[in-house]
Design a protein around this ligand. Structure first.
Ligand code: HEM
Length: 120
């Protein structure tokens, strides 16, 4: 397998038209031009992300494993320097995703404690 090419943000940003549309997802570069017509979420949302890091928007809607497999097939290269924007664009989302879990555990512990208290 040949080495994947690396592209800078500036290079990716130039592929921002309907017929030549690249997006970044988690530090990798994808060519979504041929997929627009097939996208179940419509072409507009992808066009809105043309030439940019779409990690945040892509994760926000909770795409399936199937969607990630489609993405694999559209891979054109790596983003030079990894995914610096990813940190900024998804960190709030990650903390948003993490926050319910401790709350649920805390809730279960409290319910468990109350049940135990009344049971004895
Ligand atoms: C090339 C990149 C993308 C691929 C391969 C892709 C693929 C898919 C697939 C397969 C689905 C069907 C549901 C699922 O399997 O999760 C879907 C739904 C959807 N996608 Fe994407 N998607 C891409 C980019 C985006 C972006 C950048 C957005 C921006 C917000 C977006 C928004 C949506 C929405 C809103 C739906 C839900 C449609 C519905 O259920 O009515 N997608 N996408």
């Amino acid at each position: 397998m040949s080495e994947l090419k690396s592209y800078t943000f500036e290079e990716v940003a130039q592929h921002n038209t309907r017929d030549d549309l690249w997006i970044i997802y988690e530090g990798k570069v994808y060519d979504a031009s041929g997929y627009l017509d097939e996208h179940p979420g419509g072409e507009e949302v992808i066009i809105d992300c043309a030439g940019t890091d779409a990690t945040g928007p892509f994760d926000d809607i909770g795409h399936s494993e199937d969607a990630r497999e489609v993405l694999d097939g559209l891979l054109v290269g790596n983003l030079e320097g990894g995914a610096p924007v990813k940190q900024a664009s998804t960190s709030s989302q990650i903390s948003g995703e993490q926050s319910p879990l401790p709350m649920i555990i805390a809730g279960l512990v409290v319910i468990g404690a109350i049940t135990y208290y009344y049971a004895i």
